[in-house]
Write a new protein. Sequence first.
Length: 385
Amino acid sequence: MCGIIACVDSSKISLHKFPTDFQTVSFSLSDIFSELEIIQLDNIEPITKPLDIIYSDSTFIIPTWTGKIFRYYRDGTLIDVVDMKGSGPGEYSGIVDLIIHDDSIYINVGAAGKKILVFDYEYNFHRAINYPYDITFGKLIMYHNSFYMFTRPLGYMPEIDWVSFDLSGNVITVKPFDESVKPPISSWMSSLILFENSDTFYVYRDIADTIFAINEVSNYHPAFLVNRNFNSGAPLLSKEELASRVQKQAYRRRISNIIGLGKYWLAMIDHNDRVPLVETILFDTEQVKTYLLSSEQPEFGTPFNLGIPFTWVGAGFLYWNFKVSINGDEYIACFIDAYKVIEFARGEEFINSAPERPDLKQKFQEIANTLTIDDNPVLILLKLK
């Protein structure tokens, strides 16, 4: 089943590989970012497990895995909390995706409802769009006025890899699932990664050997080959290991996050070694080079111990969560628990650091001094150059 699109044999196309062998580099946040903003979010009601951050109509919209939607003004002042959990029309048990388009809000409620609920900007329920075909669970994106829904199979072989449809639910294109690929035996968020970069959406499935792109010109095409055997230590998990329960018999890596930064991709790789490591890499899509920014051992509860080196304050690392567009500018968003901000600012590494930006270190310290452990997460925004 190839639907309306043509099937492409990516093995016959010469593609660049991702990732490549790691190279070390002297890194500064100033290489990619121009400014840092720290926003304290009102703590009238606690935010738990944010799944995205969207800026629309001078408002931050933060949907959460628990089904609540927080709305804040630009300065972090709480507007309200929308909670429509229930089993009636326009209600849901949880949120998978939230998309704002024109004057409507589309909420993908996932396997529990197999529907996309449509609201106006004041969250009045209008209608529901049923999942196309017999999809059980789908991640949703919107691209040029069309929805794309990607299945995330667990232990079974679906017929459909992804399907696109219009705002009324009418199917436009269908992509069949590659029958040569076995579905993963375990469910993890990184088994399907969707990210936007320079008006192109990229699709990474860890059980496939090709990263695909969706753009307006050629619709859907191979973009990069997944390089499982690059020479910088242990390889990525193989497709066979992903489809079996014997993954821990050898040291392997797994790509757990990718985000687009123009000519660069920022990615995180979990390394299952004798001492588990999390590696943060920067991939130059033009030069096809991979730079290792950090390789750190995760420590539960320890603040600022993973991610991008926080060179502006001279200590620690920033774990990024999302990318958000604000008035035409793009930012990397980091939600950091208040107690971690307090603990980090009190630590010797921060106190004795030699910052690249003393003004930002001072600002960070001042905000940390106003926080309590019961406050909501702090929102840190890094503005892309």
